[in-house]
Design a protein around this ligand. Structure first.
Ligand SMILES: O=C[C@H](O)[C@H](O)COP(=O)(O)O
Ligand SMILES: C=C(OP(=O)(O)O)C(=O)O
Length: 370
C-alpha cells in the first residue's frame, strides 16, 4: 500500500521520470541528413556492386579474399581521405585477388570509458555535437565513395545506420555486442554483409549463435527514415560471417590453423557454411601493432595451403604507425594521421601485408604449396 505520509509536495511525476537526465537535444532526422548530403547515382551503383562482390566472397562464389583495412577510428576527415586515396590505388592494383574495403569506424565501443567516436563527439572535447558528427561522418563516406572505395563500419548504436547505411558495403558487430539480441536483430535487417566478432573472453560460440540469429527474420523496435520510432519486421541476413579477433591474456590468439578449424567445426555444427574473417589486431596482436604481420603471415600461409573457409582479414592501419593519447579538448595537439584509439601499422607495412595476402590467393587458386 502507498503511504501518503511519505509523499512530498513536489510533483510525484518529477520524482520518478528523467531524474538522471541532464538534457535532451533534438536529433536531426535521417531523411533531413541524407537529402542534404545525397549519394550520387554513381555512388549508389558502386555500393550496390561492392556489396554484391563481398557477399559472393562470403558465400564462396568468388575466390578472392576481402580485406577490411584502415584506422582503428576516424577522428580527422582530411587524414581519412588522404588515407583513402592511397588505399584506393592499392585496391585497384590488387583487385583480381583482394576486395579491399576501407575500415571507417565512427563509433567506438569502450571497455569502460573513453572517446566514443566521431559521431558521438566530433570535436573531441566532450561537447557531444552528435548532429554535426553524423553530418561529418556522411561527408567522409561520400568522399571515399567518390574515390570508388568500398567502406566498412562497426554498427554500435542501433539508430545511426539509417543515417549512413546507403554508403556502407560491410558492417561489423564488435566483441562487446555480438551477444546482444538488439544487435543481432539489427543485422537481420541490414542491407550489407556483416561479420560478428568472437567475445572479448575468446568465446566463439557467441559469434556463431549471432550468425544463426541474424539469418532469421525478426520483429523489434527501430527508427524510420523520417526519424519516428517504429515496429520493424526484417527478412533475415544471409551474408553473415564470423570474425576471429582473439581473446584475453596469454594465449589470446585465435588465428592459428587449429582455431580456424575449430570455429569452422562450430559453424558446421550449427548448419552454417564456414565463412571466417581473421582480425590481425585486437586480441590476435595482443594490441601490439608490430605483431599484426604475424597474424597476416599465418593467414596467408593457411590460404596458400588451400584453406577455403577463410574469406577475409582485418588490419588496423593508418598513415602513421602506433597510437597517441587524446586529451579531451586538445585535438589541435595531435600528430596528424596517427590513431587515438588502438595502435595501427603504417601504410608501408599495410602494403606488404596486402601484397602477401594477394599472393596467397593466387597460390590457393593454382593449388600450389606455400
Ligand atoms: O578497437 C578499439 C578498442 O579495442 C575498443 O574500442 C576498446 O577500447 P578500450 O579498451 O580502449 O576502451
Ligand atoms: C572495437 C573493435 O574490436 P573488438 O570489438 O574486437 O574489440 C574494433 O574493431 O574497433
Amino acid at each position: 500500500m502507498f503511504n501518503s505520509d511519505h509523499m512530498s509536495d513536489v510533483s510525484r511525476k518529477d520524482k520518478v521520470i528523467d531524474s538522471r537526465i541532464k538534457v535532451m537535444r533534438a536529433l536531426l532526422s535521417p531523411d533531413y541528413i541524407t537529402q542534404n548530403q545525397p549519394c550520387s547515382e554513381r555512388g549508389v551503383a558502386h555500393v550496390f556492386s561492392s556489396r554484391q562482390q563481398l557477399a559472393d566472397i562470403v558465400s564462396h562464389d568468388d575466390d578472392r579474399m576481402f580485406c577490411i583495412v584502415g584506422p582503428c577510428s576516424i577522428h580527422d576527415a582530411k587524414a581519412a581521405l588522404e588515407y583513402g586515396k592511397l588505399l584506393a590505388e592499392l585496391a585497384h592494383e590488387l583487385k583480381n585477388e583482394l576486395l579491399i574495403v576501407m575500415r571507417v569506424y565512427f563509433e567506438k565501443p569502450r571497455t569502460t570509458i573513453g572517446w566514443k567516436g566521431l559521431m558521438n563527439d566530433p570535436h573531441l572535447d566532450g561537447s557531444f555535437r552528435i548532429n554535426e558528427g553524423i553530418e561529418l561522418a556522411r561527408k567522409i563516406l561520400l568522399g571515399l565513395t567518390e574515390l570508388g572505395l568500398p567502406v566498412g563500419v562497426e554498427w554500435l548504436d542501433v539508430i545511426t545506420p539509417q543515417y549512413i547505411c546507403d554508403l556502407v558495403t560491410w558492417g561489423a558487430i564488435g566483441a562487446r555486442t555480438t551477444e546482444s539480441q538488439v544487435h543481432r536483430q539489427l543485422v537481420s535487417g541490414l542491407s550489407m554483409p556483416v561479420g560478428f566478432k568472437n567475445a572479448t573472453s575468446g568465446d566463439v560460440q557467441v559469434c556463431v549463435d549471432a550468425c544463426v540469429s541474424a539469418r532469421h527474420p525478426h520483429c523489434f523496435l527501430g527508427v524510420t527514415h523520417s526519424g519516428a520510432a517504429a515496429i520493424v519486421e526484417t527478412t533475415g541476413n544471409h551474408d553473415v560471417h564470423v570474425i576471429l579477433r582473439g581473446g584475453k591474456g596469454a594465449n589470446a590468439e585465435n588465428y592459428f590453423p587449429k582455431d580456424v578449424q575449430g570455429v569452422a567445426a562450430v559453424m558446421r555444427k550449427s548448419k552454417l557454411r564456414p565463412s571466417i574473417v581473421v582480425d590481425c589486431s585486437h586480441g590476435n596482436s595482443r594490441k601490439d601493432h608490430t605483431r599484426q604481420h604475424l597474424v597476416s603471415e599465418s593467414v596467408a600461409k593457411q590460404v596458400a595451403e588451400g584453406n577455403q573457409d577463410i574469406v577475409g582479414v582485418m588490419i588496423e592501419s593508418n598513415l602513421v604507425a602506433g597510437k597517441q593519447n587524446l586529451v579531451s579538448g586538445h585535438a589541435h595537439e595531435l600528430t596528424y594521421g596517427q590513431s587515438i584509439t588502438d595502435a595501427c601499422v603504417d601504410f608501408a607495412e599495410t602494403t606488404k601485408m596486402l601484397l602477401s595476402l594477394a599472393q596467397a590467393v593466387r597460390d590457393r587458386r593454382s593449388g600450389l604449396e606455400y
